[in-house]
Design a protein around this ligand. Structure first.
Ligand code: NHW
Ligand code: EN5
Length: 384
């Protein structure tokens, strides 16, 4: 069934979850890791992509925009922007060698891609240096030729060469073997457009006018003291986020530098707002990132503007009130829809704030780590 995954240090689909945690592979050292890249089929070669180079990031952008993840009915495809990709791939301590490409031999067309970034992840009270793996992509014309397993083996080798032996990744598909199965929820901000493009449907006994009214939000945030996060807020936001994430079974352990990288606002990429009280103290923070999707084959609309819920901490107000302001701020920024997973404490506001469940799943995975299954509410990690 899984000719590749059955050779990898991941639990098989049939096996029991069990109560114990730990690595699946025997412990190794960097010297045990093969020094040469894995062989690729003829006509292809490895490349290390330089995302700072305008021409190279353009090639990555084009590969992904034309070939990356689609929904089940191939109506939408993720359209990560160039600014977004640079942000996603250059956190503190990133490694250039973990931005791995496959080209047609002789420095030809980029046809495959996979990335890793370093992150310290805590799972069931154990802190582990990991790679977060993302942006695995093979050009549509080269599908089903077993290129993906070679990309995965080569990124694994490059990660292992840095003395890192575990990874975390998410996917819409089921592979051996999820640690958690999460669902996407969607809050309409521009219901007319969402219905026109087939992202959502007019409810039974609903008119367009009633639907627009149902999803209308105020023009301005409702909580006093909401403002954009700025650099001076980093130490306080770091404290809030670090302390909050501790309550989840799976969560990153951010340094202040990582909070600055992942949370300081970047126009068109990541949006972050804090609530400052009368005493000038920051007590709450909410954030979302911009990930548009191409609308495939639509005459009138090309792009769906989607905001994705990111790191949110409410310490003085109900999380629901903070997220209501997040919706308002996303609407101000002209997003068509606000997406969230059923992870962290999101169940406490999804229904109340008129999110509807999506048709997409997000499976969470660990590589070379066995542990018990985690409920979505135990997941404190958002991957881009
Ligand atoms: S999930 C998004 C993945 N990308 C897409 O869905 C884009 C559109 N699709 C494609 O580009 C986020 C291709 O369909 C891909 C597969 C490239 C997906 N993860 O080459 P073959 C991430 O980026 C297995 C892992 O013939 P293909 C996370 C499949 O089960 N494995 O297929 C990435 C089969 O193996 P099996 C996947 O369609 C995490 C084999 O690939 C997969 O031409 C990566 C078939 O290969 C997926 N999403 O190309 C793992 N989709 O055993 C990282 C399919 O069943 C592990 N497959 O026979 C950790 C590494 C680092 C460790 C460090 C210690
Ligand atoms: C790596 N970091 O399926 C991540 N999206 O629900 C890669 N559905 O947008 C893995 N099919 O339900 C990503 N509208 C896996 C997700 C891949 C993309 C995907 C789903 C998530 C999605 C939409 C559109 C469906 C179009 C037909 C959906 C319903 C929304 C509706 C709004 C109003 C209230 C009821 C729900």
């Amino acid at each position: 069934e899984h000719l590749f995954w059955d050779t990898q240090p991941v639990p098989s689909m049939g096996s029991e979850y069990g109560q114990d945690s730990g690595p699946l592979d025997e412990l190794r050292t960097v010297d045990d890791v093969r020094a040469e890249p894995y062989p690729l089929p003829d006509k292809f070669e490895w490349c290390t992509c330089n995302v700072d180079d305008d021409k190279e990031i353009d090639e990555i952008y084009t590969l992904l925009t034309e070939n990356y993840v689609e929904d089940d009915d191939s109506m939408f495809r993720f359209d990560y922007s160039i600014h977004f990709l640079r942000w996603a791939l250059k956190p503190p301590e990133f490694l250039r060698s973990w931005h791995l490409g496959v080209r047609v031999q002789g420095g030809g067309k980029l046809v495959g891609f996979i990335t890793g970034i370093p992150a310290k992840i805590r799972v069931f009270e154990k802190s582990i240096q990991m790679a977060e793996i993302n942006f695995l992509c093979v050009h549509k014309r080269l599908r089903s030729k077993r290129l993906a397993p070679v990309l995965i083996k080569e990124i694994t080798r490059r990660v292992n060469r840095e003395n890192v032996w575990q990874a975390v990744y998410t996917a819409g598909v089921v592979l051996p073997r999820p640690i958690s199965e999460c669902r996407y929820w969607h809050r309409s901000l521009n219901p007319k457009k969402l219905i026109e493009v087939g992202f959502s449907h007019l409810g039974a006994r609903m008119t367009m006018a009633r639907t627009i009214k149902l999803y209308k939000v105020p023009d301005m945030p409702q909580l006093p003291g909401m403002r954009e996060m700025k650099k001076e807020d980093v130490p306080r936001v770091h404290g809030l986020v670090l302390n909050y994430l501790r309550k989840f079974t799976l969560h990153p352990e951010f340094t202040p530098e990582e909070v600055e990288h992942w949370m300081l606002p970047r126009p068109g990429v990541v949006y972050c707002y804090v609530r400052e009280n009368e005493k000038g103290e920051v007590t709450d923070v909410c954030s979302f990132y911009s990930l548009p999707s191409s609308i495939l084959g639509h005459a009138k609309h090309n792009t769906l503007k989607a905001a994705y819920s990111y790191w949110n901490v409410a310490s003085t107000v109900p999380l629901q009130d903070l997220m209501y302001d997040a919706l308002i701020l996303a609407k101000q920024q002209d997003f068509d829809v606000f997406n969230a997973l059923d992870i962290m404490e999101n169940e406490s506001f999804l229904k109340e704030l008129k999110f509807g469940i999506g048709d997409g799943y997000l499976q969470y995975y660990l590589y070379n780590w066995k542990c018990p299954r985690i409920e979505p509410r135990g997941i404190g990690l958002v991957l881009l």
